[in-house]
Write a protein that binds this ligand. Sequence first.
Ligand SMILES: Cc1cc2nc3c(=O)[nH]c(=O)nc-3n(C[C@H](O)[C@H](O)[C@H](O)COP(=O)(O)OP(=O)(O)OC[C@H]3O[C@@H](n4cnc5c(N)ncnc54)[C@H](O)[C@@H]3O)c2cc1C
Length: 306
Amino acid sequence: MEQVVIIGGGPAGYTAALYAARANLSPVVLTGSTIGGQLSLTSEIENFPGFPESLGGMDLMDRMRQQAERFGAVMKYEEVTSVDFDPGAHRIRTDQGEYTAKTVVISTGSSPRLLDVPGEDTFFGRGVSTCATCDGAFYRDRKVAVVGGGDSAMEEGLFLTRFASQVWIIHRRHELRASRIMQERALEHPKITFLWGSVVDEVLGEAAGVTGVRVRELETDRVDDLDAEGLFIAIGHTPNTALFEGKLDVDEQGYILTDRRQHTSVPGVFAGGDVQDHVYRQAVTAAGTGCAAAMEAEKYIAENGG
Ligand SMILES: Cc1cc2nc3c(=O)[nH]c(=O)nc-3n(C[C@H](O)[C@H](O)[C@H](O)COP(=O)(O)OP(=O)(O)OC[C@H]3O[C@@H](n4cnc5c(N)ncnc54)[C@H](O)[C@@H]3O)c2cc1C
């Protein structure tokens, strides 16, 4: 029986592992296939505190892993295939074996929804982004495009106006889903131009990154190439919670519901990071809630006869 099994090897999972390891709980981390989580997909991190010179996403995640391992966390590069939560002896099955644990920390993150168009994969992290807070500052005095019509697309677009010289918002419909206040701000902004009833057909680029975005107007099939150097996709995220369906409480979008101390609806099961946060979605907030989840797991074990 493990004291703590952590599902997910991103900033939340590795931070939970560091805290659980330093509490002498020998945590087992099941990383799944994206070792290091979403940050391992990006080249430069400028907003993780403590690294004034910025550093590569993979580098940051390697350091977090090493720090957790130094205190006894055990990394297993296994994918969880099913769980059965039973307070006292939670069972976690993976593609390689089975674990029983007194406590579980879930930190499986979320996946940005993508467009599935040519060039998107090739230039992901090199001009194609799903996070303006993360990458907006790289586009000072450059032109960028945003895809989407909800609040997050308006937020991304407005945030990008602080840096970019021009922001196109590409939306497949003729009206926005965003709240009235966000719509008004975006519609009135002098740097933002809306392309209504339009979709992205292709992301254009060369070795250095994105050089343009091919846009098609749905009614006329007219195609235009925007000379944007960045494309921000803001069409939503899907929390990685399929595994937990019917096993603990989630909100209407599938995010795990936690209380303010990272407890889920099942005793002894905690969650941290983007899997329970559709608002901030940052490495540092994921690390923070991962830390809290591990500290609550430690307390739970102490109170329930560790
Ligand atoms: C391109 C890009 C750039 C970004 N840049 C920044 C930035 O500059 N600064 C910033 O603060 N944030 C940035 N972010 C956001 C940041 O990456 C996330 O907020 C953060 O990674 C969330 O951490 P997490 O630990 O909750 O989840 P994730 O990092 O998503 O990690 C989830 C983990 O769960 C694992 N997992 C999923 N399913 C299973 C399963 N069934 N079994 C086992 N394991 C599983 C995955 O393999 C992965 O290891 C960026 C995101 C992207 C996509």
